[in-house]
Write a protein that binds this ligand. Structure first.
Ligand code: HEC
Ligand code: HEC
Length: 202
């Protein structure tokens, strides 16, 4: 299983590498400074908890999500309106720009909750069909390009909103199937705990 995952990761690394060499982060920076800045900040270190941090997120994950907003497969009124105006090249350039930025540390506000979250993140919920999050999103929360997004240092409010959206079946685009099953087996309190733990990773 592990070997299989590494092979997959290598395959997608070379695919991402191809896309990357054509993408121009400087062009992405220009759009970020004009359009995305209002909500995500120009370097992707959003300070508004409802708006996800994009700094250091994987380029291919960013462009895939932008495509999904544009096609309407991932539903969010704000981002659907933004993505409509972006070409595939813009999306690749934006991905390259934000991936090259450093994520500013956030820190968890509730240590007790964060400890409970750490248990699930590292060990899953044995016998209850919840695998360790670390198995896909990596022990550091950095994720694995291009399949598994970075979660480290993300706003807890955004993380909880996404887990609820997967659980409700509202976020069902792309590779969401695994997350829909996993989130359906998490309580509200467990989601809060996981989000507090993730906020402290960087
Ligand atoms: C008016 C505010 C606003 C602006 C401007 C905006 N965004 Fe967003 N963005 C959001 C919100 C809110 C979400 C969360 C959507 C959700 O809950 O699904 C989001 C989500 C995203 C996501 C998904 C992140 C993830 O982790 O899945 C990406 C990628 C993204 N935005 C990229 C951009 C880019 C690139 C721009 C500029 C071209 C931009 N956004 C401009 C508000 C904004
Ligand atoms: C089997 C692999 C796998 C496991 C285990 C897993 N995830 Fe995920 N996760 C994914 C994939 C794939 C995506 C991207 C889905 C997409 O493309 O929309 C994702 C996306 C997410 C997102 C959305 C990120 C964003 O920026 O919008 C959150 C939050 C998340 N996972 C949290 C968790 C938590 C918490 C756990 C453990 C309880 C977990 N995941 C376990 C595969 C996994």
């Amino acid at each position: 299983m592990k070997v299989f995952r590494i092979a997959l990761a290598l395959l997608s690394l070379s695919a991402a590498g191809l896309a990357h060499s054509e993408a121009d982060p400087v062009k992405g920076q220009a759009i970020a400074g004009q359009v995305c800045v209002a909500c995500h900040m120009a370097d992707g270190n959003s300070v508004i908890p409802q708006n996800p941090k994009l700094a250091a997120q994987h380029a291919q994950y960013i462009s895939t999500q932008l495509m999904a907003f544009k096609s309407g497969e991932r539903k969010n009124a704000i981002m659907m309106g933004i993505a409509v105006g972006l070409s595939p090249e813009d999306m690749a350039n934006l991905g390259a720009w934000f991936e090259s930025q450093t994520s500013a540390p956030l820190g968890s506000k509730d240590k007790t909750l964060a400890e409970a979250g750490q248990k699930i993140y590292k060990g899953g919920k044995p016998g209850q069909g919840v695998p360790a999050c670390a198995g896909c999103h990596s022990p550091s929360g950095a994720g694995i390009p291009a399949q598994y997004p970075r979660l480290a240092g993300q706003h807890p409010e955004y993380i909880v909103a996404q887990l609820k959206s997967f659980k409700a079946g509202e976020r069902a685009n792309g590779n969401a199937a695994q997350m829909m099953t996993i989130a359906s087996r998490l309580s509200d309190q467990e989601m809060d705990a996981l989000a507090q733990y993730l906020a402290g990773l960087h």
